[in-house]
Write a protein that binds this ligand. Structure first.
Ligand code: CAA
Length: 272
């Protein structure tokens, strides 16, 4: 485990990114968008690098949770408008514009938290929604303003936003480009909670670190099971959850977790 972990860390140390900052804090990997002169616009290079950084975290046994953030000022102001402005339809279609590089987030098995401060617009809001949950600072602002530049959301905005906040508000936001603040986002169910800016980075890290202490099989199963709710009927989803729940009784970590509760001590999970 430690040899594997050292190898993964060496690979990560060698990899340098132009548009991302990469950090490890304990078992948490932090990926920060780093295009300060372009409001962290999601260029092709940035989304490709994001895919690589996420793949590294998936393969690095030392990292158990990833935080994606844009730093304090802006999460991301959407796809790079300057880069895509002259694209034509055959190009967009042939390169399957957006799908190929962007969807990596939703394919990761390890939990990913979006930590949103400032604007998360267009593709920025869509990237945040691809993560497992969103924690917002009180400066966060969310919107799908694509209609104002002659296009529509293209990285799942009309679909994921509708599932998060319901048809009426999603329709209004997408049809008008109206931007909502952190409080409205929390009221609508888009974000799990709002944290004051001064404590934001620390609090998001605490949440990630907490998740990193739990048994990884349970964490993976919870993620898979919650995501299943979006893909299936209630009865099939419950059947899926029940089978996963029952399967945890084959793990040592279930025995350890329950024994620790009864003995009034902290559990020592071993991911098996
Ligand atoms: N793409 C490329 N460049 C962008 C950008 C974007 N999405 N957003 C901002 N920038 C650039 C600006 O052009 C500007 O560059 P210059 O200094 O070279 O002029 C720089 O970042 C600073 O931006 P502003 O001067 O506009 O900063 P502001 O504080 O006045 O406004 C903002 C901030 C409200 C976020 C504003 O920049 C804005 O509205 N950005 C565009 C938002 C948008 O329409 N996003 C949707 C993109 S389409 C999409 O995402 C499709 C999809 O579904 C995937």
């Amino acid at each position: 485990m430690s040899t594997q972990s050292n190898t993964a860390r060496k690979v990560q140390e060698k990899m340098s990114f132009n548009t991302l900052l990469i950090e490890e804090k304990g078992n948490v990997g932090i990926i920060t968008f780093n295009r300060p002169n372009a409001q962290n616009a999601l260029s092709n290079e940035l989304t490709q690098e994001l895919g690589i950084a996420l793949e590294q975290n998936e393969n690095n046994p030392h990292i158990r949770v990833t935080i994606i953030t844009g730093g304090e000022k802006v999460f991301a102001a959407g796809a790079d408008i300057k880069e895509m402005a002259d694209k034509n339809y055959p190009q967009a279609y042939q390169e399957d514009f957006i799908t190929r590089t962007w969807e990596k987030i939703s394919q990761c098995r390890k939990p990913i938290i979006a930590a949103v401060s400032g604007y998360a617009l267009g593709g920025g809001c869509e990237i945040a929604m691809m993560c497992d949950f969103i924690i917002a600072s009180d400066s966060a602002k969310f919107g799908q303003p694509e209609v104002t530049i002659g296009t529509i959301p293209g990285a799942g905005g009309t679909q994921r936003l509708t599932r998060f906040i319901g048809k009426s508000k999603a329709m209004e936001m997408c049809l008008t480009g109206r931007v909502i603040d952190a409080q409205e986002a929390e009221r609508s169910g888009l974000v799990s909670r709002v944290v004051p800016q001064a404590k934001f980075a620390e609090e998001v890290l605490n949440v990630a670190q907490k998740i990193s202490t739990f048994s990884q099989p349970s964490v993976f199963m919870i993620k898979e099971s919650v995501n299943r709710a979006y893909e299936t009927t209630l009865s099939e989803g419950i059947r899926f959850e029940r089978r996963l729940f029952q399967s945890t009784f084959a793990t040592n970590d279930q025995k350890e977790g329950m024994a620790a509760f009864v003995a009034k001590r902290q559990p020592n999970f071993k991911d098996n």
